[in-house]
Design a protein around this ligand. Structure first.
Ligand code: 3H9
Length: 709
């Protein structure tokens, strides 16, 4: 038997333990081991029943995701998969009880459903999350789940991919019993109790499959939800088709339909992109020169300076994680307003059912509004979140240096300014770091952690670990203007404006990028974020612009007119009281007039050109960032764009997308834009190099680490 599966006995009950740390992912060796164990217990007359359980922290978290890349790249031939094993278990003449703790996900739940019974620890979760990887269940999950849980539950789980709790699994018929206390002994006792009963085969349980009339509205509603919530994704619709096949066809034929749909999805670009995202999200936590053992500074109390939109949101993030926060603003009305906004946000979360009133009351008790720095000597971490102005930030950091205890972390939420210059206002630059939250801070998952040239490894490791505790994806970035996200967003939004100035309508620009998969078009995004923010930054940095290079003018004009976006009721669009965007023909006329005055010829611009101009501007800047070591890996840039800028996950992020287009093509396209639109479009040297070598961004590894940048 394989080392990954052990067979032991508790008198007449065999115990098959799967032991493939960290998550007992099921690959050919595990599958072979279980199969061998089932053969042995079938022949062993002293065994009357079996329990299959996961060793360590979990049952089986799914098939081994790394295998998929090997199959699609042709490195491994696709084997028989799990289906024969699951049938072997189901056909075992002795009752097989699946004992579930941790997570039974994907292939893990499919394995569990092939058993005759399932018991679970109260904290366990089960799910078919395959769609999040761009595939569908591939081991009869779409066929067995509706037979156990009913069609509506199965279609929801397979199409949306979210896990359910053990209690919900019990209520819906997936689990037969919850086991309080020791799971293994409970499962063994359960096995003894069913010894005399027949062994129910899930594949033969057709009672919950419903009728065509009952199921039609369920599938129609599921497709509608998938089209809206998972816009552009293939897998959710395929998963629904597969579950539908379970309701229309005999089990084996249903499995054939599932197999075909699974293969289509597995070989799709979407699945490759989403698997890249899965591993990329885990890879960002790994910093080459900061070992796992780096000491972590305990963060048990925090202070936030500035009670504006960002400061208030950041205070909520800490409170939500159970960490007490001082929220400081020197201006009493601003502090009152900040607290009021926090209360409003929490009460709308209660109304929407996201939080209970009790949770919110507890969180609010953790936030203490203060006007002075009096208690700052007791906090472990301070996040400064005042508006973007170097002078003000330096004054604050000078003050923090005086009042905070030695060892406290001093972080700035700046979105553009130099962390090193901010740190120079203190006598402890090793304690200074950037923690760039995204608006609204309590909602957006991204946290850019900005490494200053002196930031200590302990401070960096602490912030990386803290990001997880806060429910954020922390990505370490180097120090430069705009860091990774905003630095790339500049050229992206610049091109969107240029396109409007060259004759594309505002709506056409936003629509093309929305259709590409972006959560929002770039101009509508500007209206949401506030056009004045960029305007203020542009004014601060105007002296750095190279004379003679083309600069967009439209947003400056809008700001001069007081059109700052949603908050002033008008920006690129007009807004009604419920902030619905309305096209503004007068603005369209003004744009034509301004363009004529600037001598910009007007032309018809295709949606393809709009997408290329904007997305390739992201990619070109991303290549520079990568070469400079401002991002550690192309995948880190992708994770930033997926979690902070609404880039569609099924395209894998801008750098992955460029790799899928082919860097040769990308370089040629950018060179063409260079010829047409001038020096802003010079192809990044790294892009040229990789294209020349026939390589991808994903293959690029910098030899020096980030601090050398
Ligand atoms: C499937 O099952 C298809 C089937 O229908 C069968 C078709 C034939 N494979 O997330 P963590 C690694 S598709 C390989 O940090 P946590 C992960 O990369 C699969 N590796 O821990 C990481 O490695 P490293 C359906 C896996 O406690 C380490 O384990 N299943 C897999 O925060 C720890 O992971 C899923 O989609 C895997 N399946 O969360 C479940 N899973 O340390 C995917 C994890 O080197 N997994 N790793 O960075 C998860 O959702 C979470 O990992 C889990 C644990 C909740 C299990």
């Amino acid at each position: 038997m394989s080392d990954l599966v052990q067979l032991t006995k508790d008198k007449d009950v065999a115990i098959i333990s799967i032991n493939n740390p960290p998550v007992n992912a099921i690959g050919p060796a595990v599958s072979e081991g279980i199969s061998q164990a089932i053969k042995e217990i079938t022949q062993d007359e002293s065994v009357k029943a079996a329990v299959i359980i996961g060793a360590g922290r979990t049952f089986v978290a799914g098939a081994d995701i790394k295998e998929f890349g090997r199959i699609t790249s042709g490195k491994t031939a696709r084997g028989p998969g799990l289906l024969p094993l699951l049938r072997q278990i189901e056909d075992c003449s002795k009752p097989v009880v699946m004992a579930i703790h941790g997570t039974a996900f994907g292939g893990g739940l499919e394995l569990a459903m092939s058993g005759h019974y399932r018991v679970g620890a109260p904290g366990a979760q089960v799910g078919q999350p395959e769609v999040k990887l761009g595939i569908i269940p591939g081991a009869a999950g779409t066929q067995r789940l509706p037979r156990l849980a009913g069609v509506a539950k199965a279609v929801e789980m397979c199409a949306q991919g979210n896990p359910i709790s053990a209690q919900e699994a019990l209520d819906s018929g997936i689990l037969d019993q919850l086991i309080e206390g020791d799971l293994l002994s409970g499962a063994v006792a359960f096995a003894r109790a069913v010894l005399e009963k027949p062994v129910p085969k899930t594949r033969e349980r057709n009672q919950r499959l419903g009728t065509l009339e009952q199921n039609a509205p369920i599938f129609a509603a599921a497709r509608e939800v998938a089209r809206q919530k998972q816009r552009g994704m293939i897998a959710p619709l395929a998963a629904i088709d597969a579950v539908e096949a379970a309701t229309r066809l005999p089990f084996d034929e249903g499995c054939e339909v599932e197999k075909k749909l699974f293969n289509d999805c597995l070989f799709s670009e979407q699945s490759k992109a989403l698997i890249h995202v899965f591993f990329g999200e885990r890879e960002v936590a790994k910093i080459p020169d900061i070992p796992k053992e780096t000491p972590i500074i305990p963060v048990n109390s925090v202070a936030v300076v500035g009670a504006g939109t960002m400061g208030g949101g950041i205070a909520m993030v800490f409170a939500n994680a159970g960490i007490p926060v001082l929220l400081k603003d020197a201006d009493p009305p601003a502090l009152d307003r900040g607290m009021e906004v926090i209360r409003k946000n929490y009460s709308s979360s209660v109304k929407r059912g996201r939080f209970t009133q009790q949770f919110v009351d507890e969180r609010l008790r953790l936030i203490t509004p203060v006007l002075r720095y009096d208690d700052f000597d007791r906090v472990d971490l301070v996040v400064e979140a005042v508006f973007e102005g170097m002078q003000l930030k330096k004054e604050i950091f000078g003050e923090l240096d005086r009042v905070c205890r030695p060892g406290a972390i001093l972080a700035s939420n700046t979105s553009t300014l130099s962390i090193d210059e901010i740190a120079s206002a203190t006598a402890r630059p090793e304690a200074v770091i950037g923690t760039h939250f995204f608006s609204p801070a309590n909602v957006m998952r991204l946290l850019e952690i900005v490494r200053g040239k002196n930031s200590s490894k302990e401070v960096i490791a602490t912030c990386m670990q803290l990001s997880r505790k806060l429910g954020k994806v922390g990505v370490l970035v180097g120090n430069c203007r705009g860091f990774v996200g905003n630095r790339m967003f500049g050229p992206y939004r610049r091109e969107a404006q240029f396109l409007v100035e060259e004759g594309a309508s505002i709506e056409a620009v936003d629509q093309a990028l929305y259709d590409f998969g972006m959560a929002m078009g770039p101009l509508a995004t500007g209206d949401l974020a506030g056009l004045d923010v960029g305007w203020r930054i542009r004014k601060e940095f105007r002296h750095l612009e190279k004379a003679g290079t083309r600069q967009p003018f439209a947003e400056d004009r809008l700001c001069e007119m007081g059109r700052y976006g949603q908050k002033t009721g008008a920006g690129w669009y007009k807004y009604d009281e419920s902030r619905h965007a309305i096209s503004d023909p007068e603005l369209a006329d003004s744009l034509r007039k301004w363009s004529a005055e600037a001598g910009i010829p007007q032309r018809k611009i295709s949606p393809e050109e709009i997408v290329d101009r904007c997305i390739l501007a992201l990619v070109n800047e991303g290549a520079r960032i990568l070469e400079e070591g401002i991002a550690l890996r192309a995948g880190d840039i992708d994770i930033i764009y997926l979690n902070g800028y609404g880039f569609p996950p099924y395209r894998g992020g801008p750098m992955w997308y460029a790799d899928t287009v082919g860097l040769n093509k990308v370089r040629d396209h950018i060179s063409e834009f260079h010829r047409q639109h001038g020096e802003l479009w010079g192809p990044a040297p790294l892009l040229r190099q990789l294209a020349q070598e026939g390589k991808t961004f994903a293959e690029y590894h910098r030899s020096q680490n980030m601090t050398a940048a």
